[in-house]
Design a protein around this ligand. Structure first.
Ligand code: HEM
Length: 135
């Protein structure tokens, strides 16, 4: 597995742990309401598991297993994938913090734009590798 995939997958596993922890807190608080403020974690729970875990894991595995070239560099231009890793993780917190602290929706929108930029950066890397076996 290439180093970047290791980073993607390890970071994704970190978010899985964090997201499940938040989920557990939310669930216990639903059963026995001991801290109403915990409900704020609901948006974070969703953001962290859908983007931090799912999307991040998919990108890490895709970077690893998509078809490679016979010549160097085997994975083509990797810069888009590295950029995607940085932007995705920046975007997650740019969305999560305003949600947690109830900042203006403008901040959440900025975070979403950063996440969209991560998707675009990853697409520029993976598009040329989206080929059939004979490609
Ligand atoms: C990959 C795993 C998971 C994903 C993708 C996920 C995603 C979500 C999503 C999208 C919602 C919002 C649902 C809605 O509004 O209808 C939600 C709510 C919630 N999740 Fe999770 N979740 C996951 C795992 C867990 C786990 C392991 C727990 C508990 C241990 C948990 C506890 C909760 C609770 C308590 C809510 C709030 C339910 C409510 O609105 O009444 N989740 N989750």
């Amino acid at each position: 597995m290439p180093a970047l995939s290791v980073w993607f997958v390890r970071t994704a596993l970190f978010y899985l742990l964090l997201g499940f922890t938040f989920g557990g807190l939310l669930l216990s608080n639903k059963g026995v309401p001991y801290a109403p403020a915990l409900w704020r974690l609901r948006s974070l729970h969703i953001e962290i598991l859908m983007v931090g875990w799912f999307i991040q894991f998919a990108m890490g595995v895709a970077f690893w297993i998509f078809p490679r070239w016979w010549h160097e560099p085997r994975r083509g231009d990797e810069r888009g994938a590295y950029l995607a890793y940085g932007l995705l993780n920046l975007g997650i917190w740019a969305v999560a913090l305003p949600l947690l602290f109830d900042w203006s929706g403008v901040f959440v929108t900025i975070g979403r734009v950063v996440e969209a930029a991560a998707a675009l950066a990853f697409a520029t890397h993976i598009w040329p590798r989206t080929v059939g076996r004979e490609g």
